[in-house]
Write a protein that binds this ligand. Sequence first.
Ligand SMILES: NC(=O)c1ccc[n+]([C@@H]2O[C@H](COP(=O)([O-])OP(=O)(O)OC[C@H]3O[C@@H](n4cnc5c(N)ncnc54)[C@H](O)[C@@H]3O)[C@@H](O)[C@H]2O)c1
Length: 401
Amino acid sequence: METATEAAGSAAAASATTPARVALVGVHGFGTHHLRNLQRLQAAGSVSLVAVADPQPPAPGALPPSAAIYQGLEELLTATRDLDLVIVATPIQTHAPLALAALATDAELYLEKPPVASLADFNRLCTAAARSGHGVQIGFQSLGSHALGAIEELLAAGTIGTLEGISATGRWVRDRAYYTRSRWAGKRSINGVDVVDGVATNPLAHAVATALRIAGARTTADLASVETELYRANDIESDDTSVIRIRTASGLPITCALTICAAESVEPYVTLQGSAGTAVFHYTEDRLTVETAAGRTEETFGRDDLAENLLAHRGHGVPLTSSLADSGAFMLVLEAIRTAPPPAPIDPACVRWEGEGDAAHAVVVGIEEALERAGRQHATFSEIGLPWAVAAPVAFDIPAS
Ligand SMILES: NC(=O)c1ccc[n+]([C@@H]2O[C@H](COP(=O)([O-])OP(=O)(O)OC[C@H]3O[C@@H](n4cnc5c(N)ncnc54)[C@H](O)[C@@H]3O)[C@@H](O)[C@H]2O)c1
């Protein structure tokens, strides 16, 4: 007869060899990235994509034959048993109801960023997650970078001296087609439902999340203040060019200066401002550059895949890399943006349009230098006196946790 230890051993062996049953909600857009990743994991034998849900059917041949197709998550969950993992990669305003439905099953949840579109929904989701006992991973994939461990080590070793501040700089290009691709693009809300699709909460959200993680700010208790100064060059509701100034509970300033109205896209970066040097982390490339009196070094790191990390959490209790609770500090930033006055339009005289038709994109004149100064000086665009910066920083009242 099998002993308890042997039984536990064979159960572990079985779970190590049985592919995790996965469902993907949202197969187009960023869902295609998850499909590719799931195909990789399925080929390695660690997952089986058993079902997908999307009102727009997937392209023929886009799914492995194992996957059933449903119009929505409700139908999928009615027809599918024993899921280990549900991945939600749908528009922001759908995250809360879909995440709550997924948490009512026995599966772990991978929820794309930003987690949800309001702090109230975040609190609701945290309660549901705690009740379910299941892991919720938020799709801030830059947090899986091994460079973050190297940054912790260099800070502990005093390589750049004392950490005095952090800046996050993002300058991307998004054309008109980006805003016409879906009805929620560039919206603050749709029919009273929050969307909060702004530069700091969607395209460059990783810059904010990565800066917060480096500062050690994870939960809502880790921030002392958040100020926003939001602008837009595009004809949209939400902001496309903004400064977010944060102070952590331990007093560290973090300034995020972000635009999707640059002349050219440059990979975004987080700068650690030390008393004896700087470290610059290009998080999309896992590249870390350190500059001190001793010289300049550059190293590129690997990264852990967040879906694999979540499966390891389910299987063996491995800590989550980007847990829902640890997105609390980010959610305070999102709430500050959600509740701020609408972004100030940038004077068209200070905006240049490049390209034609749907490929045309706005360029805020001189934005590159403005972002650098804002980050370096922890100042907003109005504080550095830019001609178009007619708004003022808005302080967010952080709710008591
Ligand atoms: N982690 C990243 O780097 C990254 C990058 C891009 C987008 N995202 C996030 O991914 C999510 C999706 O963004 P997108 O630009 O791909 O959006 P999208 O508008 O292209 O929609 C993605 C898919 O979701 C489907 N969908 C819409 N409502 C649905 C519902 N109720 N149930 C099932 N499917 C539904 C759409 O038909 C579409 O196929 C957003 O949260 C976005 O912020 C993350």
